[in-house]
Design a protein around this ligand. Structure first.
Ligand SMILES: [Zn+2]
Length: 452
């Protein structure tokens, strides 16, 4: 590896990130409303920023704007895939302290911040990956097995880019030995009684069901309503559903997390966390109440996100519809979730439809070389950090890779405070410059560890 970086080269990754954050690559739910010019500018900017990467690796454009790089290895062992995405959630300047696409810097030293949509999610990771590979190529390294970089362009909406990349790799018979995507981070103060920083690495992610409840009924004038209108029937169904949460339970990943972290807890909590055979019911209640995040870790969640009724203020609804967004716990299934809703609603006149569903991801192991590489790279980058598996609550592009790999891990190598995590998909997304540079060090180490 190169010796200590000079101050100017040390700033280069930050300037690269700033330039890419300034490109408003916003994913739109209505795909035809996407402005593709910033995406094209993004794809064009990379070879100029990373000449060594673009000399040593091949690059294919898949599904219009997703990028798949391949760095040919010296052996034919199972390849590694490093993933990120470069689309971002839409943002306007409203409510931002610093504009979302200006990449402004504030503060100095440890408190220096880079502001902008995509800094944490997920251009920071993408730039850190490319910096790591660029440094390795310049140092004359070559990976032992093939190294792929998979950069999706529509993770925040349909994830079609990542799916197409997986289709492509599958058709070539490729089975990666390690896939690493965004996900958990280095966090503090989230687990009661544990003072040390914790690196949470996603080994699975929950499934998703989008389900609609609808009631069709003869309309009419609102002055002569029936006893139970379509909207009232729908509301009753929603209340019934809300009164009946999914059962809670600890998955094997929950147990491994609690035991790993419990060993570092102080006082009586240590005893509670490390004697699960006795304290399991108590812990389930604790997780259910501690925070919305811990509650979501131990059960399938359900949230009514959309409601619609009549078009007019004085007309009865002929059709009333509620959308329910369900996140299916690992160990459960889409079918179980739908059955739970049907039983909770217990009304044959409420029609249940399932326009979209995906099962929870398989659980990747927390033993073996792939896990060990991720774990040791985290500990070397963040000394004193406890590494634990967890189940990711949100969905990411990496779930498509479970089709072709048994070793899919979800970890963003950045320290994130609760406040910073709160800016994901929200206003004032920002990242500490020192944190970003730690992420660059993480990927630099990882790529070197995969190379000769
Ligand atoms: Zn993301």
């Amino acid at each position: 590896m190169a010796a200590h970086p000079s101050p100017s080269t040390h700033r280069l990754p930050v300037e690269h990130l700033r330039e890419l954050v300034r490109l408003p690559t916003m994913s739109r739910t209505e795909v035809e409303q996407t402005d593709w010019a910033p995406f094209e500018a993004f794809v064009e900017a990379l070879p100029r920023m990373y000449p060594a990467v673009h000399g040593a690796l091949t690059r294919e454009i898949i599904a219009g704007h997703s990028l798949l790089y391949r760095w040919k290895g010296t052996d034919d062992g199972p390849p590694t895939v490093l993933m990120a995405h470069y689309d971002v959630v839409p943002a306007t300047e409203d409510g931002w302290e610093h504009p979302p696409f200006a990449a402004e810097l504030t503060g100095n030293g440890e408190s220096e911040l880079i502001w902008g949509r995509g800094t944490l999610d997920d251009k920071g990771s993408l730039v850190a990956v490319l910096e790591g590979v660029e440094a390795a190529v310049l140092a004359g390294a070559v990976p032992r097995s093939d190294l792929y970089l998979s950069f999706g362009h529509d993770e925040e909406t349909v994830g079609g880019g990542a799916q197409a990349i997986v289709d492509e790799l599958a058709s070539r018979g490729i089975r990666p030995g390690l896939v690493l995507d965004e996900g958990g981070a280095v966090v503090e103060g989230v687990f009661p009684g544990v003072a040390e920083p914790i690196a949470v690495v996603g080994v699975s992610e929950k499934g998703i069901v989008t389900l609609t409840l609808s009631v069709d009924q003869g309309g009419g004038h609102a002055s002569t309503p029936p006893r139970l209108s379509a909207t009232a029937r729908l509301a009753r169904a929603i209340v019934r559903l809300n009164r009946r949460p999914f059962p809670s339970g600890l998955t094997p990943t929950n147990v491994e997390m609690i035991e790993t972290l419990g060993g570092h807890a102080s006082g009586p909590l240590r005893w509670v966390f490390t004697n699960l055979w006795l304290t399991r019911p108590l812990l389930l209640r604790l997780f259910g109440r501690l925070s919305d995040e811990t509650a979501a870790m131990v059960r399938t969640t359900q949230a009514v996100t959309q409601l619609s009724g009549s078009q007019a203020a004085n007309a009865l609804a002929e059709r009333a519809v509620a959308t329910v967004n369900i996140r299916v716990a690992v160990g459960s299934s889409v079918a179980e979730a739908v059955e739970h809703v049907r039983r909770a609603v217990r009304d044959p006149r409420v029609t249940i439809a399932v326009p979209q569903a995906s099962e929870p991801s398989p659980v990747s192991p927390t033993t073996g070389p792939a896990w060990e590489l991720v774990r040791s790279t985290i500990v070397e980058t963040y000394p004193g950090t406890i590494v634990t598996p967890y189940v990711m609550l949100a969905a990411s592009d990496s779930r498509h890779f479970a089709r072709i790999s048994d070793h899919v891990y979800r970890f963003s190598p950045f320290r994130m405070s609760a406040q910073e995590r709160g800016t994901l998909h929200a206003m004032n997304e920002r990242m500490h410059v020192a944190t970003f540079l730690d992420g660059v060090r993480f990927y630099t180490r990882l790529v070197r560890a995969l190379s000769n």
